[in-house]
Design a protein around this ligand. Structure first.
Ligand SMILES: C[C@H](O)[C@H](O)[C@H]1CNC2=NC(N)=NC(=O)C2=N1
Length: 121
């Protein structure tokens, strides 16, 4: 079973992930990132790559998809917190979405493409 991250590992690896948009989840030892893609097709292509990487690593995200938006959290259930498995997968996932907009305000309402279109018309 994977061990919880040591303080040293957190200090060396979390800042780089924070720089790319991963944020701590309140009340939980987990990290979360939200991407906004230009289309559902791009979001789904990203999710397909994430799914394959997750299955290969036998380590799976908690995530949701709303049209062109993907909201994904990582933690290790068996260790009840962050392990190297989460950080390794997060770094891999970052390579799958180079062009997407990263949402940094996790508390703000977020409009998907159809809601944006409805607002304009
Ligand atoms: C049986 C299987 O190895 C475990 O359930 C794995 C699968 N995927 C997992 N994914 C995550 N995120 N945490 C886990 O503890 C975990 N455990």
């Amino acid at each position: 079973m994977a061990d919880l991250l040591t303080k040293a590992a957190r200090q060396s690896r979390l800042p780089g992930l924070a720089e790319s948009g991963w944020q701590a989840v309140e009340g939980q030892d987990a990290i979360r990132k939200i991407w906004k893609f230009k289309s559902f097709s791009q979001a789904w292509a990203f999710m397909s790559r994430v799914a394959l990487a997750a299955e290969k690593a036998d380590h799976h995200p908690e995530w949701s998809n709303r049209y062109n938006i993907v909201d994904l959290s990582l933690t290790t259930h068996s260790a009840k917190g962050l392990t190297a498995l989460d950080l390794d997968l997060a770094e891999k996932i970052d390579r799958f979405a180079p062009g997407a907009e990263v949402i940094t305000d996790h508390g703000a309402p977020l409009l998907c493409l159809c809601e944006e279109r409805a607002q304009k018309s």
